[in-house]
Write a protein that binds this ligand. Structure first.
Ligand SMILES: Cc1cc2nc3c(=O)[nH]c(=O)nc-3n(C[C@H](O)[C@H](O)[C@H](O)COP(=O)(O)OP(=O)(O)OC[C@H]3O[C@@H](n4cnc5c(N)ncnc54)[C@H](O)[C@@H]3O)c2cc1C
Length: 478
């Protein structure tokens, strides 16, 4: 029996345990510091604005062959090949996997934190579903919320809170939104969409204090802040790796394409591993790494991890997809061609970087189907046919550009057709559709789409039944 110890029970550690747990010759132990167990961070945004039960956010329990230890790992003893936990446990391994994730950086805003480092009253990080539910229940209707930061969480949260009727001001020091993912054109298109839903924006602004329900800026008027949401970057949790003498860089534990650290018995996946070069790892990338590593450790040792980052923003009317390194979207990279499309009145923007017929990077705003199609192309590494651009951007209807088999859940590659089929077969609400197809169980960005599709299918079904009550449904017929 090979003993695999996974440290960290977030989405990456959970997916790896799920995949390894059924291997006959492997004994898996997952050590997780979070007392409430693993949850799906992708659904946090939905929990911020809708009444979502915390149970729905919990990740499924493992096969009983997987041993779970609810304790913090305090030392990785590579000499004796044992993981020590804070409860005095000793967990010997043949292979150990670091999946310790990342933590939110605390910005230096006087008044935002209490002496012990806890956020002050009315100050939130939405790093866990519990935080999101806490913030949702604390906010009064129409409350003034200041969001500090310009990353994906800041953009999505500001948009969602504004759509739900709060008075939102987005404050950030940068001159661009999501500068690690978006070029200036895409950032401007997203900013326009935010303005459209009522989000005020202060760019290049430096908060100096939170005082009496106001966020005081170095320059200009203070921003109303009955609540302050802090979204100011994350840092990989690399303390264990550093103490164990492994190679660690700014963006995480250094790994090769087999996801091995500088010690071949120690692997690293998810937000704690330096796989992307940016220090930011999406949920779907974290899960892909877990799946690849499971294959490497069991059936396919020759498998290699190829990093393809795809960042998607969620929210009604906030269709945003960023693929590949944003630097390649700048106009001066040798050997790179660009295709651009801008339609500011309809908040649509696209910029693609190509090498021949290969897609290297792209930003797409307001172009849902093009985003879905190009994500698929990027993930598969397949060629892009130039005569598809016009229909993809909705410029010409002729030529059959519409994506017939639109993917709704990109993390699990679930198409609308698959969801419709599952519905017809009896999965009549979102949890049932999730259980049948796995849609929504990845980054969660498709949860609203699945909910809408489900509601539409339910409406169709009700009208079918009331219009022709003699005709049995497929479920009844079965
Ligand atoms: C605020 C926020 C918003 C995000 N929004 C999105 C989004 O919209 N879309 C998207 O794709 N991605 C998003 N992400 C990124 C996404 O959450 C990560 O990709 C994902 O959580 C990575 O999973 P992970 O398992 O690597 O790390 P984590 O989710 O961080 O899990 C790591 C786990 O390891 C545990 N741990 C740490 N140290 C130890 C130890 N010593 N012993 C035992 N356990 C330990 C932690 O308690 C944690 O439970 C967001 C991240 C944050 C912080």
């Amino acid at each position: 029996m090979r003993r695999v110890v996974i440290i960290g029970h977030g989405p990456a550690g959970h997916r790896l345990a799920e995949r390894l747990g059924t291997a006959e010759d492997t004994r898996v132990t997952v050590v997780g510091a979070r007392p409430e167990g693993p949850y799906d961070p992708g659904l946090g945004l939905a929990a911020l604005t809708t009444e979502l039960s915390l149970d729905l956010l919990a990740l499924p329990e493992h096969d009983q062959r997987v041993r779970t230890v609810a304790a913090r790992a305090v030392f990785l003893d590579r000499l004796h090949r044992v993981v020590l936990t804070e409860d005095g446990g000793r967990h010997p391994y043949d292979t150990v996997v670091l999946a310790t994730g990342a933590h939110r950086e605390h910005p230096d805003v006087p008044g935002a934190y209490e002496a012990g480092g806890r956020p002050a009253a009315g100050v939130w990080h939405v790093d866990s579903p519990r935080d999101c539910v806490g913030m949702r229940t604390a906010l009064t209707p129409g409350a003034a919320v200041a969001v500090f930061g310009a990353d994906l969480t800041a953009v999505e949260s500001a948009h969602a809170l504004a759509v739900h009727g709060h008075h939102v001001t987005l404050v950030h020091q940068d001159t661009r939104l999501m500068s690690g993912e978006l070029d200036p054109g895409a950032s401007a298109a997203v900013a326009r969409r935010l303005r459209e839903v009522g989000v005020e924006q202060h760019w290049g602004a430096v908060p100096v204090e939170l005082r009496s329900g106001q966020l005081v800026l170095r320059e200009g008027e203070p921003v109303p802040a009955e609540a302050l949401l802090l979204c100011t970057g994350t840092r990989p949790n690399t303390e264990l790796a550093l103490a164990a003498g492994l190679e660690v860089g700014d963006t995480g534990v250094r790994v090769d394409e087999r996801l091995r650290s500088s010690d071949p018995r120690v692997h690293a996946i998810g937000s704690c591993a330096a796989t992307s070069g940016t220090g930011w790892c999406t949920l779907s990338a974290a899960r892909r790494q877990a799946e690849t590593l499971a294959e490497i450790l069991t059936t396919s040792p020759e498998r290699r991890y190829r990093h393809t980052e795809i960042v998607r923003a969620r929210g009604d009317g906030l269709d945003l997809v960023a693929l590949g390194p944003v630097e390649l979207l700048a106009g001066n990279t040798a050997g790179v061609d660009h295709v651009a499309f801008n339609d500011p009145r309809r908040h649509r923007y696209a910029r693609l970087a190509l090498s021949g017929d290969r897609l290297l990077a792209a930003n797409l705003v307001g172009l849902r189907e093009a985003g879905a199609e190009l994500s698929r192309v990027h993930e598969a590494g397949s060629p892009v046919l130039s005569n598809r651009f016009a229909p993809l951007f909705g410029i010409a209807a002729a030529g059959g550009g519409a994506v017939s088999e639109a993917v709704v859940c990109h993390c699990n590659n679930v198409s609308e057709t698959a969801l419709r089929t599952a519905f017809r077969q009896g999965a009549r609400d979102v949890p049932a559709l999730a259980a049948a197809t796995r849609a929504t169980t990845g980054c969660g960005s498709c949860a609203d789409d699945v909910r809408r599709l489900c509601a539409a299918l339910q409406r169709d079904r009700i009208s079918e039944v009331t219009e022709d009550s003699d005709v049995p449904s497929e479920e009844d017929a079965a």
